[in-house]
Design a protein around this ligand. Structure first.
Ligand SMILES: C[S@@+](CC[C@H](N)C(=O)[O-])C[C@H]1O[C@@H](n2cnc3c(N)ncnc32)[C@H](O)[C@@H]1O
Length: 192
């Protein structure tokens, strides 16, 4: 019992404090697949203030459930990127089944190369290390005012506007600031 608890705590620590080191999760790219539960999706929609005027991007979309919920429940449009072709196939079939195939699309590709400039909300369920690697791209590519919502994982010293806890799962929201491009430039040149 004690050994199992210790193992769980170690896994949790590794997930939340993982250094910025690339891991190989096979077809799942930089992050293993795990779906977001429905009640957390509702909280993400609330925190992101998603409505029918929004274009919601999920970077690492899995079976497409978050952009499908944004279209079905909020009337938004959505785009999901995933590196795993099986996930894209599932997401496309799920969108059809939900009757929102005209408002969402799914792209097989690496989230670090995603064309996200038109998004008004970006949702993430990745890892802290991947969020940190992605942060300069979010600052560089997204318009000021765009909301970024993350399930479970933070963004280091970029403080969220708000954080909620849904049955032990943290959900965060940030707003892309006016000086985002300068922040990205400073971070990228410091890393060189
Ligand atoms: C934890 S799951 C989240 C799925 C979905 N967003 C959700 O919340 O239900 C992470 C997803 O990211 C995808 N992924 C991992 N690395 C990726 C990368 N570099 N580019 C695109 N997708 C990636 C995986 O295939 C997986 O489906």
């Amino acid at each position: 019992m004690r050994i199992r608890l210790g193992l769980r705590l170690t896994c949790l620590m590794l997930l939340t404090t993982a250094p910025v080191v690339a891991q190989d999760y096979g077809a799942s790219g930089d992050v293993p697949y795990a779906p977001t539960p429905p009640e957390v999706i509702d909280a993400m929609m609330e925190l992101g203030r998603v409505d029918s005027t929004d274009l919601v991007y999920d970077l690492g979309c899995g079976d497409g459930r978050i952009v499908i919920a944004a279209a079905r429940d909020r009337g938004a449009r959505g785009v999901g990127y995933d590196i795993n072709p099986e996930r894209i196939e599932e997401a496309t079939a799920n969108a059809k089944e939900a009757g929102v195939q005209d408002r969402v699309r799914f792209v097989e590709g690496n989230l670090f190369d995603a064309d996200i400039g038109e998004a008004s909300v970006v949702v993430l369920y990745l890892l802290t290390s991947v969020n940190l690697e992605l942060r300069p791209k979010l600052w560089q590519d997204l318009k000021p005012g765009t909301r970024v919502v993350s399930h479970l994982f933070g963004m280091g010293d970029w403080e969220p506007d708000k954080e909620v806890n849904i049955r032990g799962r943290r959900v965060f929201v940030w707003t892309i600031p006016e000086d985002a491009a300068e922040r990205a430039e400073a971070e990228l040149s410091a890393a060189q």
